[in-house]
Design a protein around this ligand. Sequence first.
Ligand SMILES: [Zn+2]
Length: 575
Amino acid sequence: MNPRYAVFATVIAAIVTTACSPVPDDSHAPKKSQSPPVDASPQDAFGAERQLAANALTEDRIIEHVRALSADEFAGRGPAGEGDRLTQAYLVEQLEAIGFQPGATDGGWLQQFDLVSIDPVVPERWTFAGDAKTHDLQRWDDFVATSGVQSPRVVVDNAEVVFVGYGIQAPEFAWDDFKGQDLNGKVLLMLNNDPEWDPELFEGERRLYYGRWDYKYESAARQGAAGAIIVHTTPSAGYPWQVVQTSWTGEYFRLPAAGEPALHAEAWVTEAAARELVALTGNDLDALIEAARGRDFEPLPLGITTSLSLDLAITRTQTANVIGVLPGGDPQLADEHVVLMAHHDHLGIGEPNDAGDRIYNGARDNALGVATVLGVAEAYAGLSQPPRRSIMTLFVGAEEQGLFGSSHYARNPTVAPGKIAAAMNFDGGNIWGRTRDVTFIGYGKSTLDTVVESVAARQGRVVVPDQFPDRGYYYRSDQFSLAKIGVPATYFDMPADFIGRSAKWGRQQFEAYEAVHYHQPSDEYDDSWNLEGHLDDTRLAFWVGLQIADADELPRWVPGDEFEAARMEAINSLD
Ligand SMILES: [Zn+2]
């Protein structure tokens, strides 16, 4: 995970206690008395073989992959380095060995893409001019800024500053903060998050994509704006100003520009700084915030102008997504794909820790997720009767720098998005033992709910939703890139309710781990890992994937979901 996307990864889901009794030892076997069998498809004759395949998934096999990928030789799998090359080669070798076919459009295994590294020089002062007075914001204390434009020098020249409320256009909520005004070349001052005081609006407290900073900048760029300034408050961001400071300072990465609209200045300011800016011309931030709460809000020019120039040092590197396919067994459905995805990159070689170790091995993040996908893929490949739909393994690169491999894939899908049945993403995993719960980020968004529920029930487990819906975890890992092009997608987060442990135990383990090992050279495999619970999750993924691949119908978003329109478009654009 990229810290910019996973700011509160140190805080896990609240402990959820359930009424269900501890899972008996034979819980891996189907319990027909509890719930219908998972294989309710015409291929049911092969159910016994499938059960054998699920049982054949072992901790040893997962550990083998984790050990290989997190070995020092792989140099932390940083994008574009020797470790990246070794990682790609390992994945290709494994996919070939289990009988998958190359899945990139050129007939090979690799979907290469460029990564642009940008190191900005940001002025220490940013000046805003009202009619009579000017006000300077200080870099770091008051503002941070980057640019969406990839050129050596970008300039915002004497642009008018306009307050645009939340900066949201959401037809499904009859909400448009821009009201057709011409915002070309302007700098837009905007509130973070999405309206959350009304359960009928933007799903209340749940943070939708409309409430994320990346949406805000994209939305402003679509208006032709020169820049956008997001007003930071801790409640609306979900994290304090320090996190904004560190995440938005120094070198950052982007995919190469592909002609999409981009902002010259992408900035954040503190609430106090925003207050001082709007006060320059006698406006009051609280009054502006109040006005922004209504559907009838209109953009308000603040009577302020501003200029800003940034010098950008730009370099390019290259990495790749590794894609394999197991063709589906049903000629009618084989052109549709179920995607199993995991990011193969990690942080590479970096600052040494106290022990002098400079290799960020990324065993849990995300050799473990990659091993999970390889394990499930191998189980599918061994079936004499393959699933009806095709299975795609999508190992994406450059996740840690900002979900770039999955974003590149979403821009250049190897299969029409309307033909991707669903995606399951694996990032990290449970190394502490068996649990009664499955934490499903994205629970409540699509018909995948019932699939996951039925499989979890068969394991004697319960599905619980994201425990921090206001933090927008769904938008912070690679499944989000596929959801954006309409694909119903799941991400299973850390469960919390560990069998035989106190209610707080799981949270304590996870917090202790995150404090010491998260994005550190010590994220290494060791014998203390208990993968029994992770094996349950891996088997769950096996069955969920099968059920999606074999179902007569494609999964659907729930009506009115934020990604439903993208799905409709994807399906309608099929020949
Ligand atoms: Zn990760």
